[in-house]
Design a protein around this ligand. Sequence first.
Ligand code: SAM
Ligand code: SF4
Length: 342
Amino acid sequence: AYGDLLLQCREREDWAVDDVTTLLSPPTAQDKIALRLAAEAARQETLGDVVDVRGAVEFGNECRKDCFYCGLRKSNRHLTRYRLSEEQTMQAIEDLYNMGIRTIILQSGEEDERATASIVDLIRTIKSRFGLRITLSLGERSLADYHAFRQAGANNYLLRIETTDPELFRRVHPDDDLEERMQHLIWLREAGFLLGTGGLVGLPGQSISSLAQDILYWRKLGANMIGIGPFLPAAHTPFSQLEPGDLDLTLRVYAVTRLLCGRTFIPSTTALASLHPEGQKLGLQWGANSIMLTHTPEEVRAHYHLYQNKAKVDLDFACQSILDAGRQIPPYLRWTQKEERY
Ligand code: SAM
Ligand code: SF4
């Protein structure tokens, strides 16, 4: 019966939460393999074997919000706060450009309104100097900001819904509202961005059927990118003592997302690489087709402390994951394998 459900993934339009929950819970080891292979076939047919590599610069860790799971939350007084200058950020971007990378991600904590002008300037400078594609991951901002960022030349916006379970969303976000966050995604699309969203796996009390709801939400939204990470505990947060999200469950969420959300970009996330030494490779083998490496300057890297034991996903790490997964390094990337590894 599980196999029948897998076969329906190609054609079926109307998915009920119960059926997606069943898809996420293969009853036998054989069914689990079948799930992975179906996701791999879907990924192969739609996006091929080349893994897209993008580069992120975490340009600041100041945040006005207090999400219970995140090390950057404003109540964390143990964190050294930083904000890179435009020069420092441009240097990191030039490095990424020289690696051959063609899409960059600017990420930060949720800064206040005063940051808008400097972000607009940064987008303009990057566009005029390097012509790179720009993804923004800055949290919730005003509708006017979204338009200003888009007009300055940013292409994509990544705003995870985190969880679509209203009760759970409220419990982990003391200053956010689920409906509002959904509205922000609509605004972003209206402003002309390609949409990235996604969520966390392993939040306290999160059920499999709530993850099934998340996948159906991403599917309905028609997201262009879906970033999925296991929850990982961060020091000096209310969740510091909780268990991390489960590797196996996270991989099953990757696979079902690939099956139900089609040609969307699914990165094998840094959180997955941080959860398990082979996590990033496994993500690529369970439906993911891209990697977002981080190139934040060494001096501040440790201060972008979202969670403990964050893996250092640099160009070498990303390319090794791709090779380990048996996939192809993109031809635009300037990387030569170090001989001494073998
Ligand atoms: N502040 C922006 C926002 O919230 O959208 C962008 C930066 S935020 C640090 C990026 C992502 O980090 C969030 O969407 C969240 O899913 C993830 N994150 C934060 N804390 C985490 C944790 N403890 N474990 C795993 N992922 C986490
Ligand atoms: Fe701030 Fe984003 Fe962390 Fe929430 S997830 S505390 S908005 S950086």
